[in-house]
Design a protein around this ligand. Structure first.
Ligand code: PMP
Length: 300
């Protein structure tokens, strides 16, 4: 926190901090060789995540008083100080320091919390194929001319919170948003991909989505590594219902299959064969086993 290794309980700030003006990132490091095992750790997508943190800061008028290289070193030190030897989640947070001007602040907190996580991926992981009933939220995704989803601000997650609470109240496992035009947008904390007639389809950045690092990697490897055609284009609500398969993709949830939307079951098989193929290949990439994708990894 602010240049020091600090225990979580001692990372204290004033109750008057304008944390709602903050931004953050969600990054993961995976164990090399076997993502369910232990050993050497690699960040996935360090550069695009840290570049997005800088972009989110610029959009929201925050300045990060460290270089990107210093952030990398600080994150490495934090993981080492925790003694983590298994998969790690890293959530750098930046917000204005209380009393330094709020909307035109001059000083900012930079904190890099890290914790361990269990993965959904890896062959035979029973959690991967769990039933996940989703609904189309009655809340629309925030419009990019109101609260831009492309910048990863905490405030955006108030929108996600509304949809998540609605889904929980109605007995669903999660929610999908439509954008302000009525086209399918994304999930509450992950992007969406559907499969129809052997093609993967994912909404464009202009559908009020976060420019997900994971989505970017999937757009690249699905056609190139797996030979499965992929389209980036708008998806209508009914087209979503008519999908053979659908899954969320993001750093947190990795590749998460969806069983049904609004109680309409998707396809014949769950999890769908293309979703499984994508998830298994991505698990190999994360574990460093795909030579031509090792450039997406940065050693911890
Ligand atoms: N959309 C939203 C709203 C998210 O919170 C996330 C998680 N950061 C994603 C998409 C996925 O983005 P990424 O692949 O960069 O984690």
């Amino acid at each position: 926190m602010n240049g020091e290794i600090t225990e979580t309980e001692k990372a204290l700030v004033s109750a008057m901090e304008p944390i709602y003006l903050g931004i953050f990132e969600g990054i993961k490091a995976y164990v090399e060789g076997d993502i369910l095992g232990s050993g050497k750790l690699n960040f996935i997508g360090w550069k695009p995540h840290i570049d997005r943190l800088w972009r989110s800061a610029a959009v929201n008028g925050l300045e990060i008083s460290y270089t990107k290289e210093e952030m990398l070193e600080a994150t490495r030190e934090t993981i080492k100080a925790n003694g983590f030897d298994t998969n790690v989640y890293i959530q750098p947070r930046v917000w204005p320091k209380a009393g330094t001007g709020r909307y035109l602040a001059r000083e900012f907190h930079v904190v890099i919390p890290t914790w361990k996580f269990d993965t959904l991926l890896g062959k035979g992981n029973p959690r991967f194929g769990e039933e996940r009933r989703f609904m189309v939220s009655s809340w629309r995704r925030i419009a990019s001319d109101a609260l831009p989803p492309q910048a990863k601000s905490w405030a955006n997650y108030a929108n996600s919170g509304l949809a998540t609470r609605e889904a929980a109240r109605l007995g669903y496992n999660g929610a999908l948003f439509l954008d302000n035009r009525g086209f399918v947008s994304e999930g509450t904390g992950a992007c969406l991909m559907t499969v129809r007639n052997g093609r993967v389809i994912t909404p464009p950045v202009t559908a009020s989505i976060l420019e997900s690092v994971t989505r970017g990697y999937l757009i690249e490897f699905i056609p190139r590594d797996l030979g499965i055609p992929l389209e980036v284009r708008d998806i209508t609500r009914v087209e979503l219902y008519a999908s053979d398969e659908a899954f969320l993709c993001g750093t947190g949830g990795e590749v998460t299959p969806i069983t049904s939307v609004d109680d309409i079951k998707l396809g014949e098989e769950y999890p769908g064969p293309i979703t499984v193929k994508i998830a298994e290949h991505y698990a190999e990439i994360l574990a460093g086993n795909v030579e031509e994708r090792r450039g997406w990894l940065t050693p911890v």
